[in-house]
Design a binder for this molecule. Structure first.
Ligand code: FES
Ligand SMILES: [Fe+2]
Length: 412
């Protein structure tokens, strides 16, 4: 585990960037055409959402090489606290806090004959003891106990520990990565790490969590949170009332990450106010995490691919610890209100997959405000390797020149 970041600098974005975002929000609200520098984006082939070969490439090239949200530090209160992680990665994993306080991740696969070394989904153990013949592993993965060890005259216990994966923590959020050569988490997150570091997220705790299987491609769900073009249609009585969909500032960042700031209806952002208070802000952390930020809380919407036409949406809420007893009613109500908006979003997603799977679908046409979706597709091809993309499914690189960076941001 590495506690990354640590830049406490108020807004999480510097004043120059905050001013640029405000200026973009103002420009966006009055423009009646995309910026002159914007060329219409090519259509996205539907096969990227339906084909097994493309799905397999995504799992190998993107998900098994990316930092993925796995847990929060509050779920590992003491040495020996562990949690299994079995989403997506074709491998069972256990995350456990060591005697030194460090949180580590290992494959939950005994080095004898492969049985799991922890059985429960979550708990606390004194040693990770295999469920089959009781080989015992310490919290740091070392093999420390083998019953009847004389039966294995060639066994070198020091070379037979649990196999590790990468595991790092940023502001209390535990990420894992199967790619042992991946860059450090904070480097990979880039400016999102700085923006997260301006919160007290590390002191928060999980206040609710649920998941649901959806019969649509994982990108259908992620795409739905990349733009606010849909909010008057899908959320007319909730988000559509609260936000001005014409005033949205998009920040595209390296490694597929992005930020969306949206003005509140009738309330242009006040320069004297924190931009994260005066606007609605959400980050997409590549590849599958959408993190809308609230005041003293954040929601993580994480989407896990299961099959080309199936995924699981997992929602985790983080907020201030509330002590013993049930979550206070106002927090329960806020979480229910958030879920109600998500329900509105989900109405369209499974029917969209039915269209993508049909012969009726000619390609996905994206407008200027939907360019975060295109950026995600570009990064998918880059991570898989453009020469490995099946014929007819590649997207043309277009937006790498429009990344948010000093001194300019986005397309103008
Ligand atoms: S498989 Fe783990 S001890 Fe045999
Ligand atoms: Fe929505």
């Amino acid at each position: 585990m590495v506690e990354s970041g640590g830049m406490e600098r108020g807004l999480g974005v510097d004043g120059i960037l905050a001013d640029r975002i405000r200026a973009e929000l103002q420009r966006e609200s009055v423009r009646r055409a995309p910026p002159n520098s914007f060329r219409p984006l090519p259509e996205i082939p539907g096969g990227r959402y339906t084909r097994q070969d493309f799905f397999d490439l995504e799992v190998e090239g993107v998900f098994r090489r990316s930092w993925l949200l796995a847990a929060h530090v509050s779920e590992f209160p003491e040495a020996g606290s562990y949690k299994r992680f079995e989403r997506l990665l074709k491998a069972p994993i256990v995350i456990i806090r060591g005697r030194d306080g460090v949180i580590r991740a290992f494959y939950n696969t005994c080095r004898h004959r492969g049985a799991p070394v922890v059985k429960d989904a979550q708990g606390k153990c004194n040693i990770m003891r295999c469920q089959f013949h009781s080989w015992g592993y310490d919290f740091d993965g070392r093999l420390v106990n083998v019953p009847d060890e004389y039966e294995f005259p060639e066994l070198d216990k020091s070379a037979r520990g649990l196999l590790p994966l990468r595991c790092e923590v940023l502001k209390g959020v535990v990420f894992i990565n199967e790619d042992l050569d991946a860059p450090p988490l904070a480097d990979w997150m880039g400016s999102v790490a700085d923006e997260w570091s301006a919160t007290s997220m590390g002191d928060w705790t999980v206040d609710y969590r649920w998941s649901r299987v959806m019969n649509c491609n994982w990108k259908c769900v992620v795409d739905a949170f990349q733009e606010v073009y849909h909010i008057n249609t899908v959320h007319p009585k909730t988000v559509g009332l609260a936000l001005d969909h014409t005033s949205a500032a998009v920040g595209l960042m390296p490694n597929g990450h992005s930020r969306l700031c949206v003005s509140r209806n009738g309330a242009p952002p006040d320069p004297a106010e924190d931009i994260y208070v005066s606007t609605s802000v959400s980050h997409t952390l590549w590849p599958n995490l959408i993190g809308p930020r609230g005041n003293g809380n954040v929601k993580f919407i994480v989407v896990w691919p299961l099959a080309p036409g199936q995924c699981e949406i997992e929602v985790t809420g983080l907020g201030l610890p509330w002590g013993d007893g049930p979550l206070p009613p106002d927090r329960v109500a806020a979480n229910l209100a958030f879920d109600a908006v998500l329900e509105e979003d989900m109405v369209n997603l499974q029917p969209i997959q039915a269209s993508l799977d049909s012969t009726a679908f000619s390609g996905m046409m994206l407008g200027y405000q939907e360019r975060r979706i295109y950026w995600a597709h570009e990064v998918i091809d880059e991570m898989i390797g453009r020469d490995r993309i099946p014929p007819g499914l590649a997207v043309e690189p277009r937006l790498a020149g429009a990344l948010e960076s000093e001194p300019g941001i986005t397309l103008e």
